[in-house]
Design a protein around this ligand. Sequence first.
Ligand code: TZP
Ligand code: MG
Length: 211
Amino acid sequence: MNINTFPYPLYLVISEADCKGKDFLKVAEQAILGGVDVIQLREKNDSPELFLQKAQQLIEITNKYDIPLIINDNISVAEKVNSAGIHVGNNDATPQDLRRNPLLKDKIIGYSIEHLNQLENEQTAVADYLGISPVFKTKTKTDTITEWGLEGISKIRQLTQKPLVAIGSIHLENARAVINAGADSLAVVSAICSAADPQKAAYELKNEIVK
Ligand code: TZP
Ligand code: MG
């Protein structure tokens, strides 16, 4: 795809476990109705079969609303469901590998930035968007490296034109500051998945971003 703009300002990253007993498919649908623009399915502990099954269920919903589905770090699942994109981290298959794959080369490819020197590598150059991971320390993902903070976003903003998707403890209260620091899109897990009303949470976040 190789996009210069990222027309998805509110990005939901979802897993069944992060929905804490709620039906994750319902949470996803409510989030879409509230204004989420793109969804990533991120299942770190599932068997390949279960991950595929969840992706097949979720893509029925995202397709219904014409919302892109991005698969976290699983080439086979991304290929099999023909997802709109795939997201990889610093220790996963590389964006270059994905671009060489005939089934994935035209997909949205996201790449997490955990070290500043990644901005100089060829992987960053071929990614469609960069994940700023994490902006703030989060209980949802504890094996993180750099906590970028707002200063980190501003620094990365000066070094690249790529769309920047910020993730990590983003909530209604800090959403505007993260955008003002230079992020193009906000990715959240708990702000929507743990909310009593995911649709309302998405709606409020979206209003905070686009206002
Ligand atoms: N990558 C970096 S932080 C994070 C991921 C998947 C989790 C963000 O979760 P939350 O609940 O929005 O802080
Ligand atoms: Mg990974």
